[in-house]
Structures are given as C-alpha cells and as structure tokens.
Design a protein around this ligand. Structure first.
Ligand SMILES: Cc1cc2nc3c(=O)[nH]c(=O)nc-3n(C[C@H](O)[C@H](O)[C@H](O)COP(=O)(O)O)c2cc1C
Length: 282
C-alpha cells in the first residue's frame, strides 16, 4: 500500500515538518490507486523511441476524455490526433520547436469547437446568437481542458507519460492550417503522449503551499509574500536536486514569463485570430 500522506508531502516538497511546513496527515489507511496516481503526476518529455502506441490506446484515451463532465452536455470540444511523422514534425516546429513532440508517438491537439453547435443551430433554424459570446469560448476551453486532463490521468494509468503543449497557441493561424481546422474551431493546447524513457525519469515537481491557493470561506491574501518566498526556496531545492541549481527563482521566472508582449511567444494575436476564426467574443 502506498503512503498517501508521504505522497501529499512530496507534492509540496515537504521533507521535514515545521510550523510553516507541516507534514500532511491522513488517517484512512485503505489503498487509493486513483489518488496515488494523481499525486504522483509529472510531465514527461523523454520518451522511448517508438512509432506507435499499442492498438486501441488512442480510442481508449479519447473514451476517457469523453467521460469528463461537460457543460450542459454541449460537448464543445474536439481533438485532432497526429501520428504521422511529417505532420508531427511540422506541429513541433509550430509549437516552439519542442523536440519531445517529434519523439512522442502521439500528439493530440485539443480544440474549442463551436462548429458542431453552429450546425445544430442551422439544422433547427435557430439564430445561435449565444455562440457569439465570450461565455461560449470559455465554456469550450473549460470543457476541452477537463477532457484533456482525463487523458493525462488515463495515459498515466496505462504507464504512459504526457506533456501539455501550450505552445500550440504560438502560431494559431499556421496550426489551424496544418490541421485543416474549420471555422469556429481553434487549437487550445497540445498533448504529447508516449512511453516514458526509464533512463531519464521525470520527478514530482512541488507546488505552491496550500496556504497560498486554498482560501477558507472567503478570500485571504494576508500571507502571500511569505508563501511565495517559501515556494521560491522549495523550488530552488527541487531544481538543485535536478542538477539545475542555476535555475531562476519561481517568482522571478514567473514575472518574466508575463513581462512583455514578446514573452507571450506570439500569443498576443489570439483575440484577432479568434475573431477571424468565427469566435466573436462579444
Ligand atoms: C496548458 C499547459 C501548457 C503547457 N505547455 C507546455 C509546453 O509548451 N512545453 C512544456 O515543456 N511544458 C508545458 N507544460 C507543462 C508544464 O510546464 C508543467 O505542467 C509544469 O511545469 C508543472 O510540472 P509537472 O506537470 O511535471 O508537475 C504545459 C502545461 C499546461 C497545463
């Protein structure tokens, strides 16, 4: 049986307790395989070289995706599965030239999809005005994200590894062209999936403390500065253990990730592209 408190502590990089850094305790001693899997998530970017996943894997992953809850059962997302070596290579180029996309046997691109409801509106001759509002783009983005996270969990349950690719929004026009996306469909993010290379295992990356993200009853930002500097230290320790002692502090890196238009890596044009692609965002 796996020790759930130990996994929770590892999620926060807690090795020994202190007043600010109290180890988690949990009295239930039953086995919880789903929790164990969730608590041990890590993004995998090192895959074994192989061209395909076992037969039926893609379909099983998509069934897991479609098992996620979906707003009003509208199912406003679709996914494009890329396995062709040339198309994956081009996708990798458009997505920040990240090599792990090429190495992964499967690259999924999750899309907000309002084209299906556009057809339903036409079928029933309703104006479909709701589709013109920001709400529907947000709904589609939320639903697609929930579906994708189910894929990550399912892939990990199968012993596979996965890494999201937000860089699928770096060149949104080209990605739409590569995948032949119709109007009212836009790529939100990618997901590279493959067999993790055991010679280069990923590690559980500690998160912000719960005190930072969990607000009980009402918002409380009293301890924010202390929480953030504690997290800078926690990630420094993690990076040192990953032989990346020179990595910048989390607050520094995060501040620079959002500092300028350039730091958005091309995504500053997204509102224009959304409008071109039929998302009115009223
Ligand atoms: C929507 C989204 C987009 C991401 N895009 C990228 C990406 O383009 N490249 C990359 O290497 N990792 C990407 N990641 C992975 C994050 O860097 C990773 O989840 C984070 O550092 C935490 O690490 P962990 O997943 O191993 O816990 C993305 C994650 C999410 C949720």
């Amino acid at each position: 049986m796996t020790d759930i408190p130990a996994l929770v502590n590892a999620r926060y990089g807690i090795t020994n307790g202190s007043e600010d850094n109290a180890p988690h305790s949990f009295s239930d001693t039953k086995s919880h395989p789903a929790l164990e899997l969730l608590l041990q998530h890590k993004s995998v970017r090192q895959f074994l070289p192989q061209e395909t996943l076992p037969a039926g894997t893609l379909e099983l992953l998509v069934a897991a995706a479609q098992s996620a809850a979906t707003s009003s059962n509208l199912q406003t997302w679709s996914v494009v599965a890329t396995q062709d070596v040339k198309r994956k290579d081009e996708a990798a180029r458009l997505c920040g030239d990240q090599d792990f996309i090429r190495a992964a046997p499967l690259f999924l691109v999750f899309c907000a999809d309002l084209s299906r409801l556009t057809k339903a509106s036409q079928q029933h001759q309703t104006p479909g005005v709701g589709l013109e509002f920001t709400e529907m783009f947000l709904m589609a983005s939320v639903d697609a994200s929930l579906a994708a996270q189910n894929v990550v969990v399912a892939a990990e349950a199968l012993g596979l590894g996965a890494c999201y690719v937000g860089a699928a929004r770096n060149r949104p026009r080209e990605v739409a062209e590569l995948l032949h996306l119709p109007l009212r469909v836009i790529a939100l993010f990618g997901l590279a999936i493959g067999v993790p290379d055991p010679a280069q295992p990923a590690s559980v990356k500690p998160r912000l403390s719960q005190a930072e993200v969990l607000h009980r009853e009402t918002w409380d930002d009293g301890a924010q500065a202390r929480n953030l500097s504690a997290y800078d230290e926690t990630l420094d320790d993690f990076n040192a253990r990953q032989s990346r002692a020179d990595a910048p502090k989390w607050t520094y890196r995060s501040a620079h990730r959002i500092a300028t238009v350039e730091s958005l890596h091309g995504r500053d044009i997204l509102r224009d592209v959304l409008q071109e692609r039929g998302f009115d965002l009223r």
